[in-house]
Ligand binder design. Structure first.
Ligand SMILES: [Zn+2]
Length: 302
């Protein structure tokens, strides 16, 4: 074989398509796109998705709307819904917020239609021991007081929220409104027992398909939660949005340390939620009209 022949064969091998690219050439681009598409769909199916329920445990009657929606007429009053939210799926029963139940709060507030938050779980066939995780959106008494009702749960809270209310917040009279000292001690105790999870800031997927976002400055470092469901991403806003009216009128909540930050958080929720109707406000009784159910005090968000 002459040197010229050898170099010609080498060049042919070099420039002929590789076995892989020959395989690709045999299938039209549309087939390959279909294959890639179904692979992506399979991955999406393997990612956990959850069912989300609002559970109503009480009513606070005659609440001033101006404390909920900045700029609202001071004469308007509303009977606000007190809720916790249950997220079920992937072998977990996760609560977002824990409600309140200690006797001391019934002296300060007129409370109607009260059910202990842990007992609302029986409406969906669960017991307090079945709860695996409780995500506390902020340390206010009506969201954090029940964190000791769920003996097997890991309690999640923003690290900065816990640190601030365990320390600096008590150095001045006006920096711990709505925070109950005993609730704070409970949180610290749960931490010493190894049962507290600290969420380290924004956009933290603490459990597959469950992401915590900071926002709204309702308290020092309040958070809200995005949950993947069959209907798309649900946003459990808690008090970072009090009522649907906040979203509709683009009005900050009445109680925030930073109204601009609260509006930016609301705008971002509209991006995160798969549709605006999947943003669940913290105290709006209309949640139960929007998502009617045969079981009173239960709304399935879908
Ligand atoms: Zn609050």
């Amino acid at each position: 074989m002459s040197g010229k022949q050898e170099s010609t064969e080498f060049a042919m091998r070099l420039f002929s398509p590789s076995p892989g690219s020959r395989l690709l050439c045999r299938y039209p681009a549309t087939t390959i796109l279909l294959l890639v598409g179904s692979a992506l769909m399979l991955v999406a199916q393997l990612q956990p998705s959850y069912e989300v329920y609002a559970l109503r445990y009480a009513t606070l009657p005659g609440f001033p709307v101006s404390e909920l929606v900045a700029g609202a007429n001071p004469n308007r009053k509303i009977d606000i819904a007190m809720m916790i939210w249950l997220v079920r799926g992937n072998g977990r029963n996760i609560l977002v917020d824990s409600g309140f139940y200690h006797e001391r709060f019934f002296k300060d507030w007129e409370v109607k239609d009260f059910t202990k938050p842990s007992e609302t779980l029986s409406r969906v066939g669960l017991k307090p021991e079945d709860i695996t995780d409780v995500i506390i959106t902020h340390m206010h008494w009506d969201h954090a007081d029940g964190m000791d009702l769920f003996p097997n749960a890991r309690i999640w809270i923003q690290k900065d929220e816990l640190e601030y209310y365990a320390g600096e917040a008590w150095q001045a009279k006006e920096t711990h409104g709505g925070i109950d000292a005993d609730d704070l001690l409970t949180a610290v105790k749960l931490n010493t027992e190894g049962r507290l999870g600290l969420v380290q800031g924004d956009t933290r997927e603490i459990i597959p398909g469950i992401t915590c976002y900071i926002g709204g400055k309702h308290t020092y470092q309040s958070q809200y939660v995005g949950v993947r469901t069959k209907a798309g991403t649900v946003v459990l806003a808690s008090d970072n949005v009090y009522l649907y009216e906040n979203l509709e009128r683009h009005a900050p909540i009445g109680e925030t340390l930073d109204a601009g930050s609260n509006l930016r958080a609301q705008d971002r929720m509209k991006q995160i939620a798969s549709r605006p109707g999947l943003i669940v406000p913290g105290h709006d009784p209309a949640v139960f009209d929007k998502f009617p159910s045969s079981t009173p005090g239960v709304a399935k968000i879908e």
